[in-house]
Design a protein around this ligand. Structure first.
Ligand code: 4AD
Ligand code: MG
Length: 446
């Protein structure tokens, strides 16, 4: 009996007879040879069927294999530097036995070019394509390394609820549901619960799906996205930035180390990622606005002018974020935004309450905001005032206000958008390919 292996581990089996259980990715022939690319989810291997050495029936079956037919193949592993389409590269299997589990007819996704909408309609099949496979593997590593980094530094993963009685962020982007006759909402953030958990465990994080009913149809917006949210007691904005940059530098390093093959497959220019060095850049909102206004004054192009126009007090749009990011060769923190454009819980700057202790991290190459965070208001009276002034119902926030009455401490936290991070590290033009099944304005199928 040959050993059943994962293609990923094939190098360890050179010269041995192995079995691979997978699906046909592609097939070509040349004279008495069939080249069958078989993928098993862990990699791809070229399986070579040589007519004269195989029973006639088996060779005939091999020559009829169609894309995505499920197969079990057995044969001897050989190194072959010409097997460039194998992944890992340089190995092939000389076919000895073939079992066809299912022959497929008319697989809808062929190697020819398909439109994005067609591919998104067939996402349940598209995830098998090598490019999507590579992206989703990198996503899994990013998720794991975000967790590993925090787990190794004394943070506790504490899960937060998805069904919530109150808004965590902007009340205009809530998905409302019927909770046995009472309104409830899908969580926009785990933060408020993180703050309760922070007082129980010191350093915590949650990492789950979050929901925003945002009527935006941009390359950065999903209705359902995954957010990593750390929350730390006695943490300043400066401490927060230091944690964020080290966390992200760690993730970039591991992705570069572990995923050379996947990054090559998706044709990511890795020199851009290799150039990322600590510390990241830091710029205040005031300085960023001044820079944008200078660019505005210097350009004669009316289109550019329209994109760059900004008054102090306005939030940034993506062209503003891109222009700010272009000032640096690494990610940049923008801190001290106007209080009016940020969430109700952010701590005002001492002596200058019109700006708050907030910080967004902008990724290079036009990827825009990937994290948003702040110091939190820890004074009970001020938080009461903010809840009231924003028109939030006090009853729904009674538990949150309790946190400021019983052992309140200065604290801070941030949220990192997983899909935007994956889009940046993989160099993708849209977040729809960064998540297995994207939920967008015009799509919740499949
Ligand atoms: O800036 P946001 O809204 O911050 C919060 O929700 C805070 N409560 C987080 C915290 O301090 N614990 O969202 C954080 C990040 C953004 O920087 C972005 O990367 C991502 O979440 N994000 C989205 N990603 C995809 N689609 C959307 N609609 C997103 N909205 C936010
Ligand atoms: Mg934000």
């Amino acid at each position: 009996m040959a050993t059943t292996i994962s293609i990923h581990d094939i190098a360890a089996y050179e010269g041995q007879e192995v079995t691979v259980r997978g699906w046909v990715y592609d097939r070509t022939d040349k004279g008495k040879l069939q080249f069958i690319m078989v993928r098993d989810g862990s990699g791809i291997v070229q399986v070579v069927a040589y007519g004269p050495e195989l029973p006639e029936e088996m060779y005939a079956a091999a020559s009829k294999l169609t894309q995505e037919s499920s197969v079990i193949v057995t044969g001897t592993v050989k190194s072959n530097p010409k097997a460039k389409k194998s992944l890992p590269e340089g190995f092939e299997i000389g076919l000895k036995d073939l079992q066809v589990v299912q022959m497929v007819e008319d697989y809808p996704i062929t190697p020819k070019e398909h439109g994005t909408e067609f591919l998104m309609d067939n996402r349940h099949l598209w995830v098998r394509s090598s490019r999507q496979w590579a992206i989703l593997r990198i996503r899994a590593t990013i998720e794991r390394e975000l967790r590993n980094y925090l787990d190794d530094r004394g943070f506790l993963l504490v899960d937060t609820p998805i069904l919530t009685p109150a808004a965590g962020e902007n009340t205009t982007t809530l998905f409302q549901i019927d909770y046995f006759g009472e309104p409830a909402f899908l969580a926009q953030t785990g933060q408020l619960y993180n703050e309760a958990n922070m007082a129980a465990f010191g350093k915590v994080y949650c990492f789950g799906p979050t929901f925003r009913a945002e009527k935006s149809k941009t390359r950065r917006h999903l209705m359902e996205f995954w957010m990593l949210e750390p929350e730390i007691a006695h943490c300043s904005l400066e401490d927060l930035m230091a944690l964020e940059e080290q966390l992200i530098a760690h993730v970039v390093e591991v992705v570069l180390k572990k995923h050379r093959d996947e990054l090559a497959l998706i044709e990511r220019d890795i020199s851009k990622l290799e150039a990322i060095k600590l510390p990241f850049a830091r710029i205040s909102y005031d300085e960023a606005v001044a820079h944008l206004q200078k660019l505005y004054a210097e350009t004669d192009d009316p289109e550019q002018k329209a994109l760059l126009k900004i008054e102090w007090g306005e939030d940034f749009g993506s062209p503003h974020e891109t222009a700010i990011a272009e000032m640096f060769d690494r990610p940049v923190f923008v801190y001290h935004y106007p209080t009016a454009v940020k969430a109700f819980y952010m701590q005002p700057v001492e002596g200058r309450p019109e700006v708050c202790r907030s910080v967004d991290l902008l990724a290079p190459e036009g990827y825009g905001e990937i994290t948003g965070g702040s110091e939190r208001i820890f004074d009970a009276a001020l938080l009461e005032e903010r809840v009231a002034s924003i028109g939030l119902p006090r009853e729904a926030y009674a538990w949150y206000l309790d946190l400021r009455r019983y052992g309140s401490v200065p604290h801070a936290g941030f949220g990192l958008g997983l899909e935007r991070t994956v889009a940046w590290l993989c160099g993708l033009s849209h977040v729809r390919e960064t998540i297995p099944y994207a939920r967008m304005l015009n799509r919740n199928y499949p």
